[in-house]
Design a protein around this ligand. Structure first.
Ligand SMILES: [Zn+2]
Length: 115
């Protein structure tokens, strides 16, 4: 499972950031940004997190996941449409000269520690 290695890296990053900040507390909450087009399954992320966070500072932390939608930008009519799924044509004019922006994010936005 692809998500296992992502979560492994995530927990490593969390431990590192918390250490670097000189904190010794546990993690209360993690904010993640996982774009709709990133190919990452958020249920699998949560499941892997439950497993892998055990015994680390992140154990029991709340996972807050934001899933930004991609925007389809049309080179013909200039429309910027927020889309749910991959599209091959502009939702407004139907032209195929489009490109996608965003939706592929995969990042750790913030770490909240227990007081
Ligand atoms: Zn268009």
């Amino acid at each position: 499972m692809h998500e296992l290695s992502i979560v492994e890296a995530l927990i490593e990053q969390v431990e590192l950031e918390v250490d670097r900040a000189g904190e010794t507390g546990r993690v209360a909450r993690l904010d993640l940004v996982i774009g709709r087009l990133s190919g990452v399954n958020t249920d699998s992320i949560r499941f892997a997190f439950q497993m892998l966070a055990a015994g680390t500072r992140a154990e029991g932390a709340e996972l807050a996941i934001t899933e930004p939608k991609p925007t389809c930008v049309c080179r013909t009519c200039g429309a910027r449409s927020e889309i749910e799924e991959l599209v091959a044509a502009c939702p407004r004019c139907g032209n195929r000269d489009v490109f996608l922006e965003g939706g592929q994010e995969l990042l750790l936005e913030s770490i909240e520690l227990v007081d």
